[in-house]
Unconditional design. Structure first.
Length: 152
């Protein structure tokens, strides 16, 4: 599996907003990368979330999605992986983000399959084209202003 060195800032911002809008339930998704950078989040149909856990239905995704890991939230504010998290880490890629309440810019940690922290650089988009995550983030802020006011 290829080495990932960073995550695009707009992708991270999108993840933080999704976590805010899902709170107090957990959010879970899969991460995709291009080149050496995480650029996408995939949400699987049939995913189940609650205030204490989240279960992603990987079996409902098409084959060859090119995922490099997972992302999920910890509404409790605890950034440390649980035993269940560690089991998921060991089975689904090499890069796993835990985003924790209150979901601000620095409220996330990346872990490897073994549960050790991995440093990821937050990078601006490499191209000047319209950024779909930024557009989606603006839509979420417009549709859910109560979350923007609560966490900004």
């Amino acid at each position: 599996m290829r080495k990932i060195s960073g995550i695009e800032k707009s992708t991270l911002e999108f993840i933080l907003e999704i976590c805010k809008s899902s709170h107090p339930k957990e959010m879970v998704g899969l991460l995709r990368a291009e080149d050496e950078f995480i650029k996408d989040v995939i949400f699987a149909p049939g995913t189940v979330t609650s205030e204490k856990s989240a279960m992603i239905r990987i079996d409902r995704l098409p084959v060859k999605m090119g995922t490099v890991g997972s992302v999920h939230s910890h509404p409790s504010g605890n950034p440390n992986p649980s035993e269940v998290d560690m089991e998921m880490f060991s089975q689904n890629g090499r890069y796993h983000l835990i985003v924790f309440h209150p979901y601000r810019e620095g409220d996330w940690v990346c872990y490897g399959k073994n549960g050790k922290k991995i440093e990821l650089e937050v990078l601006e988009s490499k191209n000047n084209e319209s950024d779909l995550w930024s557009e989606e983030l603006e839509r979420i802020k417009k549709d859910f202003p109560e979350f923007v006011d609560e966490y900004d």
